[in-house]
Design a protein around this ligand. Structure first.
Ligand code: SAH
Length: 207
């Protein structure tokens, strides 16, 4: 009789490794989506820029939580003491949540077009975008970070590195949101005020 090598768990990718592979693929996709917008942003003139200490802390927290800490975990397993068992029932939906985050990320970039920037800026010929995902919420890109953060927590079985994404994007969101909305109101007056009346921040009908 011919026996196929190994039992079920050795033939199928185990959940810990599957989560890491999906996270790495997600980060590569994230970079591929962002790259053309980053290049174009360099060529688009800025007429008003808000650079402050809290912007650096916010962006640094997001980078640490969604990039550096999980990357370190995937590469080395650090911090081992915070590890917990990996489970398929978390990893598989985690991959789907991360993919939803990526789709929202791409959709927001496409809708924002030349108005996109990594920090708070008003560009030359800037206009208020209220199409695509901006029909439903004012900050779909921050919603996409939150979805990726939740996906990451489900993909990586580590209390610190897994959860760091949600914490990092919450820090960015709460440090930035009032300033961003004030900047848009100062720049666009009633147009943005009207838009604010029609939409919620990140969760349609709720918040
Ligand atoms: N907060 C938005 C956009 C993040 S990118 C989101 O989460 O989807 C940050 C830049 O987007 C800021 O510099 C701001 O000028 C610009 N911005 C934010 N909302 C906008 C809108 N509705 N229309 C045009 N530009 C917008």
């Amino acid at each position: 009789m011919c026996r196929h090598g190994g039992n079920w768990s050795t033939r199928v990718i185990e959940p810990g490794l599957l989560g890491k592979v999906l996270w790495v693929l997600g980060i590569i996709a994230w970079y591929i989506i962002r790259y053309p917008f980053q290049r174009r942003a360099k060529r688009t003139k800025t007429v008003h820029r808000m650079r402050s200490g809290s912007e650096i802390i916010g962006l640094g927290s997001a980078l640490l939580g969604l990039g550096i800490l999980p990357g370190l975990y995937v590469a080395t397993g650090f911090p081992e003491a915070a590890g917990h068992p990996a489970r398929y029932w978390l990893v598989i939906p985690g991959g789907l949540v991360f993919a939803m985050g990526l789709a929202t990320f791409r959709w927001s970039h496409k809708a924002l077009g030349r108005n996109w920037s990594i920090t708070l800026e008003i560009r030359e010929k800037h206009r208020v975008v209220c199409s695509g995902p901006y029909r439903f919420v004012r900050h779909p890109m921050y919603l996409s970070f939150l979805l990726m953060g939740i996906g990451q927590a489900m993909l990586l079985p580590n209390w610190i590195s897994g959860m760091a994404g949600v914490v990092g994007c919450a820090v960015l969101f709460f440090l930035r949101i009032n300033k961003e909305e004030r900047m848009m109101q100062d720049g666009f007056g009633p147009e943005y005020a009207q838009y604010m009346k029609r939409t919620k921040r990140i969760i349609p009908f709720i918040y």
